[in-house]
Design a protein around this ligand. Structure first.
Ligand SMILES: [Fe+2]
Length: 192
C-alpha cells in the first residue's frame, strides 16, 4: 500500500491563516506521507530479505508510528478546517457534547485550555468506540499516548509550525482562528 498526499490547497485564503503558513504546513505534511511510504517499503523489503532480526528492523518498526500518525493526524486536521459556520445545534455532535460535558461552552473551554498548555502536540476530541463517550485529550507526540479504541473526532495541531509564522507566541490567538474555521461537518461525520 502506497499513501498519496492529499491536496488541501482549497484551504488557502481562510481567515487567520496566511498562505505562507498553510503552504509550509502542507509541505511538512507531504514529508510525513513520503516518509511513511519509505519506512513501510523498507520494512517490507527487510521482511522479504529475512532481515527481521537486525536492530535496524526494530528501530524502523518503532519509527513508523511517528511517520504514519504524522501523516494521518494532519489529514484529520486539514479536513476539519475550512468551515465558516458555527457548530450545528441540531446536530448529533452538539447534542453529544452537551450530554457529556454539560454544555458546549464547557467542552470548548476544556479543549482550548488543553491547546494553551505549554509544549507541542495535538488536542484531540476522541470518541470511545466502546461506550460512545467523548473525551478531550492532549497528545504530546504523534506516536505516544493515543487512547486505544477511540476515534478522533476533532483535531487541532498545536505544534509551533501550525501558528508561529502568523502568531508568534500568541498561541491563544491561533486557537481562536482555528475555532472560527472549523468545518463542523467533518467531526459530525466522524461521530459514530
Ligand atoms: Fe502540523
Amino acid at each position: 500500500m502506497t499513501y498519496i498526499a492529499k491536496d488541501y490547497s482549497k484551504l488557502i485564503g481562510i481567515e487567520g491563516f496566511s498562505e505562507t503558513l498553510l503552504k509550509n504546513h502542507f509541505t511538512l505534511y507531504q514529508g510525513y506521507v513520503t516518509n511513511t511510504n519509505k519506512v513501510l517499503d523498507t520494512l517490507r523489503q527487510m521482511l522479504k530479505d529475512g532481515k527481521t532480526g537486525i536492530p535496524e528492523f526494530a528501530e524502523l518498526k518503532r519509527r513508523v508510528g511517528w511517520e504514519f500518525n504524522g501523516m494521518r493526524l494532519h489529514e484529520y486536521y486539514f479536513e476539519n478546517l475550512g468551515g465558516k459556520e458555527e457548530i450545528n445545534e441540531e446536530g448529533r455532535l452538539y447534542r453529544k457534547i452537551i450530554e457529556e460535558f454539560g454544555s458546549y461552552e464547557i467542552w470548548e473551554k476544556d479543549f482550548k485550555a488543553i491547546g494553551t498548555m505549554r509544549g507541542i502536540g495535538w488536542v484531540i476530541l476522541y470518541q470511545d468506540i466502546f461506550n460512545g463517550g467523548l473525551i478531550n485529550f492532549w497528545i504530546n507526540e504523534h506516536d505516544v499516548s493515543h487512547p486505544s479504541g477511540c476515534n478522533p473526532i476533532l483535531i487541532m495541531d498545536v505544534f509551533e509550525h501550525a501558528y508561529m509564522i502568523d502568531y508568534g507566541l500568541k498561541k491563544s490567538e491561533y486557537i481562536e482562528a482555528f475555532f472560527k474555521n472549523i468545518n463542523w461537518s467533518a467531526p459530525e461525520a466522524r461521530l459514530k
